[in-house]
Write a protein that binds this ligand. Structure first.
Ligand SMILES: NC(=O)c1ccc[n+]([C@@H]2O[C@H](COP(=O)([O-])OP(=O)(O)OC[C@H]3O[C@@H](n4cnc5c(N)ncnc54)[C@H](O)[C@@H]3O)[C@@H](O)[C@H]2O)c1
Length: 395
């Protein structure tokens, strides 16, 4: 078995390689497949979400982040862990801290509006924390949607924004449709290319329905997230074909040879060009519309020598501008889909957002989240390094 040493994506000769790292960031091993979400099966203590947030705030303050901005980041990362996206929660804390320590992200920055009308705004994130910039943009989009039916806000000058669904659900909670997307560091090789040119460029759409959950689609536009390759490598298990390619642009099932991600769909034969198209769509809404960096101009993942200058787009849309009873028809659609005949009687048909709902229910029942041992050790190291009170397990 692989050791529990952490993995970090490093870059050599412009190729991403998944290599063991001694950094404090821990990759995650979690018991979650694409359609099956359970609380991680780790022999570690339960940590309440309040304690997760307290620890993140303390760590961010220790590197010079004001409390209000640290809290916004803590809400984002705790939300990711709560929803079962462990790759984007506590696991990312040290990356955000490193960006601030190295001076490539300004923890004090407050976004400014560069241009606006009733329905749109162009924002400069001023190199602030991604969560702070994104909350500012989505709040503005919601305000405009309530006044004018739609609010579309695009920004430049931002940093990594975490899980896209965190922002779209803000609109959903207000009875609006919410959309969010971001560009990211290059990881995905376009169809027929053997070099990465676009990021994992996630998109999210959250919509309300008359049921209490609504629908939350939140997904990368690559075949898989990088973390899923790391997991196969740790398990010493082969990659399904269509996830990643080697340095020659050939499909590989060897996780050690994986260099770049395929777009959603995989190879050209399997319509990967559609995922490639979705990645371009995101880049048009983010880097091109926003005026920040785009495609191969974006700094490489983990590079703390230059600013990220990422772009995001958010919109909020009032369904009452269209046919009446949106929420009940949306619920009807959800019921139709969930009630489709099952291939396997034990596997219910889901709609996007259902796996996360199941994970949140498990966290609620347990009273908190569990992290894997290597994540707990990373947190312990952070606490000692920054003189922060260590994570306290739930009583
Ligand atoms: N900020 C960034 O740079 C960045 C980049 C990539 C991904 N992310 C985030 O990472 C998270 C994980 O992305 P991912 O693509 O690995 O997600 P995923 O593959 O786990 O899930 C994608 C979507 O599919 C839905 N889903 C899963 N199983 C399903 C089923 N059986 N039936 C119906 N729907 C189902 C989920 O609810 C989700 O909406 C997201 O929150 C995303 O925003 C962020």
């Amino acid at each position: 078995m692989m050791s529990t040493s952490t993995f970090r994506i490093t870059l050599q000769n412009n190729l991403q390689r998944l290599v063991p790292s001694s950094s404090t960031s821990s990759a995650i091993l979690f018991n979650r497949t694409m359609s099956n979400t359970t609380l991680i099966n780790a022999d570690t203590p339960i940590i309440s979400l309040d304690e997760v947030k307290r620890f993140i705030v303390d760590c961010m303050k220790a590197v010079g982040t004001p409390e209000n901005h640290a809290s916004e980041l803590a809400e984002l990362l705790a939300d990711a862990d709560y929803r079962g996206h462990y790759s984007h929660g506590m696991n990312r804390l040290d990356i955000y801290m490193n960006d601030i320590k190295s001076g490539v992200c300004d923890p004090n920055a407050v976004p400014t509006i560069l241009k606006e009308n009733d329905c749109t705004a162009w924002v400069d994130g001023c190199n602030g924390i991604g969560a702070v910039v994104s909350n500012f943009c989505m709040k503005l989009a919601i305000k405009k949607a309530k006044q004018s039916g739609i609010g579309w806000v695009t920004c430049k000058g931002s940093n990594h924004f975490g899980i896209a669904g965190h922002y779209t659900m803000q609109a959903q909670r207000e009875g609006l449709l919410g959309f969010a997307c971001t560009n990211t560091s290059p990881f995905m090789a376009p169809t027929r290319a053997k070099q990465p040119a676009l990021g994992t460029n996630p998109i999210s759409l959250a919509v309300p329905s008359s049921g209490k959950e609504g629908m939350v689609l939140d997904m990368a536009t690559t075949a898989v997230a990088v973390g899923k390759i790391e997991i196969q490598r740790r398990k010493e298990a082969p990659l399904p074909l269509g996830w990643a390619m080697d340095e020659n642009g050939q499909e590989t099932s060897d996780p050690n040879k994986a260099r770049f991600l395929y777009p959603l769909g995989g190879t050209e034969m399997n319509s990967g060009y559609k995922g490639y198209g979705l990645g371009i769509l995101v880049e048009v809404f983010c880097g091109i519309l926003g005026g920040g960096q785009f495609a191969t101009n974006i700094r490489k993942w983990g590079d703390t020598t230059k600013t990220a200058n990422l772009g995001h787009s958010f919109f909020a849309l009032n369904p009452n501008c269209f046919a009446s009873d949106f929420e009940s028809r949306m619920q009807n659609l959800s019921d139709i889909l969930r009630n489709c005949q099952r291939v396997n009687p034990n596997e219910p048909v889901l709609i996007p957002g259902d796996p996360e709902i199941m994970h949140m229910a498990a966290v609620d029942k347990a009273g908190g989240v569990r992290y894997l041992q290597n994540q707990m050790e990373s947190c312990k190291t952070l606490a000692a390094t920054y003189n922060v009170t260590p994570l306290k397990p739930k009583d």
